[in-house]
Design a protein around this ligand. Structure first.
Ligand code: HGY
Ligand code: MN
Ligand code: MN
Length: 415
């Protein structure tokens, strides 16, 4: 079934409108900042709830702050489509939430009780882990993989734990996994997401079929030395925390670059120096480390190299080191059956696409370990993401929606 171009046009127009509305729920003027358990996150959720109901879905929330929309089918089996509605700080208007909007548009296309399964559209909370340092909060909770006590170990910059932030927002963290899925009841999961890299954009292709997602390890590191006068403390008598941090940062870059593989990356995204004054030897530094690879062993080698360098530099500078591993998630391959169904739908729609791995983490990452999962990527202009310049064409989202609709229609006809 060739898709009428004007159908793509009208669908694209509605998607663009919905994303423009949702992008206003932000704590910053510059880009989009919508962190979990904040007013802007709650306001976005209310707006998504309205969009879901207008599309004919019944809605409910779960104990992690995720929103669910349901379109009943001919069985209680579930096919789930979704992505996250939280963002990074001063991020873009498409990362995550575009996949929720696409899910709503897919569901809107179908009448109740026509698909062989119930369609569940999910807006996941705190996929990014930017506020509390973890990530995948809702997807892990829905997989039954989160314990309430763990939420006390994740704290924001003000020292407020995720546990307390949930309580302040009216959630009961003790019930975080009470709404966990019965995984055996789920036929499949699809996430539509922006690529956040430049491969599709440079190839001029409208869609990417994701083959796998990198494994990730994330750490919080606290280096403690001693504050001293910058003018009167001889170099050989300092306990300068920033010196060891510099060795760590350069080792992270070098270790990843030496693997010379695009999926092997290491990033020190946070480097907070205290007391942070021009004439005081840095007493302490808070760092984060994020290491990824499609190969868990390579990922672990890079981590080991980084911490060996840190221990050596800390010993040479008379520092103490405290580390906390905040996230450990294995690389995954996407489901072959779902990939084949999506590939067939794109062939029938005469849409050219590229198969590619994801260097970004997604809710599909923990989910794919437990049930059949697939992802479709939409090009990111210039490969930019996690910044206000993030942009993707609404027509490309519309094409991804049409591919998913085509796959679900084929699925129904085949039964
Ligand atoms: O960090 C990531 O890859 C994703 O944006 N959470
Ligand atoms: Mn992101
Ligand atoms: Mn994302």
């Amino acid at each position: 079934m060739m898709v009428e171009e004007q159908m793509i046009g009208s669908l694209a127009g509605r998607i663009q409108q919905e994303l423009a509305t949702l992008s206003r729920y932000s704590a910053t003027e510059k880009g989009v900042t919508r962190l979990p358990f904040t007013k802007e996150a709650e306001d976005a959720l209310v707006c998504l709830e309205k969009m879901m109901r207008e599309a004919g879905l019944s809605t409910c929330r779960d104990g992690s702050g995720a929103l669910h929309g349901f379109l009943p089918g001919k069985s209680d089996k579930l096919f789930i489509i979704g992505s996250h509605y939280d963002s990074v700080v001063e991020g873009g208007a498409y990362d995550g939430i575009a996949g929720v909007v696409c899910g709503i548009e897919i569901a809107r296309h179908f009448s109740p009780n026509t698909l062989p399964f119930t369609l569940e559209i999910v807006a996941f909370n705190d996929e990014e882990g930017v506020r509390f340092g973890g990530g995948f909060l809702s997807s892990k909770a829905l997989l039954g993989e989160l314990k309430p006590a763990e939420l006390k170990n994740y704290c924001d910059a003000d020292g407020l734990s995720c546990y307390e932030a949930m309580q302040r927002s009216g959630y009961d963290p003790e019930k975080i996994s009470e709404d966990a899925w019965s995984v055996e009841n789920i036929v499949g999961f699809l996430e539509i997401h922006i690529e956040q890299g430049a491969r599709l954009y440079q190839a001029g292709l409208p869609i990417g079929l994701v083959t796998g997602i990198v494994g990730m390890r994330r750490f919080d590191i606290e280096l403690t030395g001693r504050a001293d006068h910058a003018g009167t403390t001889p170099m050989n008598m300092r306990a300068d925390a920033l010196t060891a941090a510099a060795a760590f940062i350069l080792t992270a870059q070098k270790a990843a670059k030496e693997r010379a593989a695009p999926d092997v990356v290491a990033t020190v995204g946070v480097c907070e120096v205290r007391p942070g004054t021009v004439n005081t030897v840095p007493a302490s530094v808070h760092l984060t480390l994020d290491v990824r690879s499609l190969d868990a062993a390579v990922r672990d080698e890079v981590v080991a190299e980084c911490f060996a360098a840190l221990r050596k530099a800390a010993a040479e500078n008379d520092l103490t080191v405290k580390t906390q591993e905040k996230l450990t998630v294995a690389p995954v391959k996407m489901d072959e059956m779902l990939m084949a169904r999506l590939s067939e739908a794109m062939t029938e729609e005469d849409i050219s696409y590229m198969a590619l791995a994801s260097g970004a983490g997604h809710d599909a990452l923990p989910i794919a370990r437990r049930l059949p999962a697939a992802m479709l990527f939409v090009p990111s202009r210039d490969g930019r993401s996690h910044c206000p310049e993030e942009y993707s064409e609404p027509e490309d989202f519309a094409r991804a929606v049409q591919v998913a609709i085509h796959m679900l229609e084929d699925w129904s006809e085949a039964l």
